[in-house]
Write a protein that binds this ligand. Structure first.
Ligand SMILES: NC(=O)C1=CN([C@@H]2O[C@H](COP(=O)(O)OP(=O)(O)OC[C@H]3O[C@@H](n4cnc5c(N)ncnc54)[C@H](O)[C@@H]3O)[C@@H](O)[C@H]2O)C=CC1
Ligand SMILES: O=C(O)[C@@H]1CCC=N1
Length: 276
């Protein structure tokens, strides 16, 4: 099995995170190519990551063993239509990271039931701490599953899901999830400044606390609820803060937010699968 010869279509935020993570894992920059119509993006990818950046998607596809689709869902039909004629005699494994684009829709646009792995990574892939959900179309064989898993494992934790629809839940939890935690960090940092700490102290204490909590949750046998209880002294400070979160029904709010993200993925899937 080889993970050699990976080509990315679209070189934006997600492709940059994946490529940076692969390179940090020891993958040779010269073995990776990426196509993007933006000269600025190409320049940036070449300068920061040392990968070959191409203007032509067809050129990127030409010798691809694994082709990673990293374009916006709304552009996918046009890009797939451009690639379709080139796929008649060449069948790479397609890995799509696009939110809300079903496997069958991609196959329809590509004009053939090609093997598709849907991957839902997140931007912490950049620092090899990604959380990635995977689902394979029936056309993907064991070698294809292993190859996709090997590539994504290089940038984080991988979980396969049984049903394609579960990728929409993964999108809402870990795909979009870094934004939720960043928002919480922004809010805590701002609160720290309001309480009189200087900006740098506020920033560093906030980030280190998030990192420490995540590391403890990952390494401990105890669930987060138990770890929370260990911080919460009866009659103490944490209890007062948590009461404020409870008053605002934080748990219900988080569930509503996750549902809204999941519903948007479903909405995108419906719109795109009905599009010509
Ligand atoms: N940003 C994130 O955290 C995550 C994004 N995704 C998915 O990744 C995909 C890309 O998202 P981002 O990287 O955030 O978007 P982005 O806008 O940063 O990147 C898209 C790139 O595609 C390029 N592009 C535009 N037209 C093109 C064409 N015809 N051919 C080739 N490339 C073209 C753009 O120049 C841009 O650099 C989306 O489908 C999104 O759902 C999935 C998981 C997480
Ligand atoms: O916001 C989005 O649509 C993409 C998918 C998951 C994270 N970013």
């Amino acid at each position: 099995m080889t993970t050699a010869n990976i080509r990315f279509i679209g070189g934006g935020n997600m492709a940059t995170s994946l490529i940076a993570g692969l390179i940090a894992d020891g993958y040779a920059p010269h073995a990776i190519q990426v196509s993007d119509p933006s000269p600025e993006r190409r320049q940036s990818l070449q300068a920061s990551l040392g990968v070959r950046a191409l203007a032509s998607n067809a050129e990127a596809l030409a010798e691809a063993e694994t082709l990673v689709l990293c374009i916006k869902p709304q552009l996918a039909a046009a890009v797939c239509a451009e690639l379709a004629p080139l796929l008649a005699n060449h069948r790479p494994l397609i890995v799509s990271v696009m939110a809300g684009v079903p496997e069958q829709t991609i196959q329809r646009w590509l004009g053939a039931p090609l093997p598709i792995v849907r991957a839902m990574p997140n931007t912490p892939a950049m620092v090899q701490t990604g959380a990635i959900g995977l689902h394979a179309s029936p056309e993907v064989d064991t070698e294809g599953r292993n190859r996709a898993e090997t590539i994504l494992r290089a940038v984080g934790l991988v979980r396969w899901v049984d049903e394609e629809a579960q990728i929409d839940a993964v999108t809402a939890i870990s795909g979009s999830g870094p934004a939720y935690f960043f928002l919480f960090m922004e809010a805590l940092e701002q609160a720290a400044i309001e309480l009189g700490l200087d900006g740098e102290t506020a920033r560093l204490l906030t980030i280190q606390t998030a990192l420490g909590a995540a590391k403890m949750a990952m390494e401990s046998d105890a669930p987060p609820s138990r770890l929370r209880e260990q911080v919460t002294s009866p009659g103490g400070t944490t209890e007062r803060a948590l009461a404020v979160f409870d008053e605002a029904d934080l748990r219900a709010l988080v569930e509503r937010a996750a549902r809204a993200a999941r519903d948007r993925a479903v909405e995108l899937s419906k719109t795109l699968s009905e599009a010509p």
